[in-house]
Structure formats: C-alpha cells, structure tokens
Ligand binder design. Structure first.
Ligand code: G3P
Length: 242
C-alpha cells in the first residue's frame, strides 16, 4: 500500500479492514524543523518526534557548525531521518556537500533544491541508495519531477505558499492525490508549517510527514477547553478527597 492512500485501507480496502486510527498512529510522522540542539533534546523525550529537518537559515540562526551539528544529532538520537541541506549552486557542489554529510553517517537524508541540477543529484544519490529530501516545492508539477528522480521525501512549503496567496494545504492535497493515483513511493513532507491548524489539515490531506518548528510542536498539545475542563476536574477532586 502506498502511504498517501492510507485512508483507503479502512474504507474500501482489503480483508481484514484495518482500523484507520491504528494505521494513522503508525503512519503519521512528526519531524522537528530546527537547528537548536536543546529544543530537540527536550522534545525527543516525549517519544513523539520521528525526525529532524534543517536548512541553511536555521543553521545560521542557531550559530552552529553545520557538519558538527549533524554529527551530534546522528550520535545522540535515534531518528528515522535527519535532513541536511546541500549548497544548491551546482551539481558538483551538491554532491561534494552530500558526501560530507554522508561521511558522518550514510543514513543522513540529503536535502536538495527542486532545480534541474538538484533533481539530477537526487536521481544519482537515490540510485546509490541514499535517502533524499527535495525541498522548495511549490507546484504539483515539481513534485512529479521529484518523484521521477527517486526522492524519498518531497517538501511542499505550505507557509510560503500561503504568504503568496496560494493555498499550501491544497498543494499538499494535490501532490498526495497525484502520488496516490500513480502509486508513487515518495513521501509528502509538509514543510514551512507555522500553526497547528495547518498541521492537521496537511495530515488530513495525505501528508506522510509534517515538520514543525519546536514552538508549533508544543502548541499541538494545547486546547483552551482542555485547560478549563482540567481546572474543573481538579476542583472536584479536591472536594471528593476532602
Ligand atoms: O522546512 C522548511 C522551513 O524551514 C521553511 O519554513 O517558515 O521559513 O517558510 P519558513
């Protein structure tokens, strides 16, 4: 079963029907989008974080050395994927950068820009069994090309679509539907997510992975009615227990 089509298993799928909730717990992945070690370590303890994505902007902001940071992550945590982004100027530079990350750990996911040269680099890395994440995706057509290049993940930028008056969630839906229709194995990794609402919408529309800034991850737990309800229950507990 292609993972974008997970909803089909509980609706019209094979016998026995697998409860959708059970499937979701196995298929929904949450990555953290950050280059802040302490933020990762703190949230890793929840057991709810499956991977990490980074980019040059996040690394610049955190002030870390990119190679050292990736090495530390690979050593300290058991993530299913750590995305490290290459300098996308030319094919040669991309491969050189990729090899620097892969020398640290061959399981690092190499993050490449959605350009012609980035896709050629993706194709060559994929042929060698390297995991890839094609980033800066803003159209379904681009996602087609990434899938053809053998990308492990495609990263549509939801927030930046919304910034430009296009629906990022609709882009996720279009890519997921297209991949489902054609049995594509490339996973949809919804990126540039800045609020909880868009996170759940992307997952509803077939994203396999969402990558979240730590602050958005923290807000995923919260609801004002949970807090209000808990306050009432606490008060009642006090009365019950004297
Ligand atoms: O994963 C890509 C993401 O970091 C971009 O987010 O908020 O800069 O559009 P943003």
């Amino acid at each position: 079963m292609v993972e974008h089509c997970f909803w089909e298993a509980g609706v019209a799928g094979s016998n026995p029907v697998i409860p959708i909730g059970h499937l979701l717990s196995k298929l929904m992945k949450i990555f953290l989008d950050t280059a802040d070690y302490n933020a990762i370590a703190e949230r890793y303890q929840t057991g709810l974080v499956d991977g990490i994505t980074t980019n040059p902007t996040l690394v610049r902001k955190s002030g870390v050395n990119y190679l050292d940071f990736i090495k530390t992550l690979a050593n300290d945590f058991a993530f299913e994927s750590i995305s490290a982004e290459v300098d996308g100027e030319t094919y040669d530079v991309m491969l050189e950068n990729a090899n620097q990350f892969l020398n640290i750990d061959p399981s690092i996911t190499i993050k490449l820009p959605l350009t012609k040269e980035g896709l050629i680099a993706c194709r060559d890395l994929a042929m060698s069994g390297i995991k890839t994440n094609v980033t800066l995706c803003f159209s379904a057509a681009q996602a087609v090309m990434a899938a053809k290049a053998g990308a492990t993940y495609i990263s549509p930028f939801v927030g930046r679509m919304n910034d430009n008056s296009f629906s990022g969630v609709e882009l996720v839906r279009a890519i997921s539907s297209l991949y489902c229709a054609h049995g594509v194995e490339t996973k949809v990794l919804a990126a540039s997510l800045r609020d909880v609402h868009h996170v759940s919408r992307c997952l509803m529309y077939g994203a396999n992975v969402v990558t979240l800034p730590p602050a958005v991850f923290d807000k995923m737990y919260n609801h004002v009615l949970t807090d209000a309800g808990l306050a009432i229950f606490e008060k009642d507990f006090k009365e019950i227990n004297g």
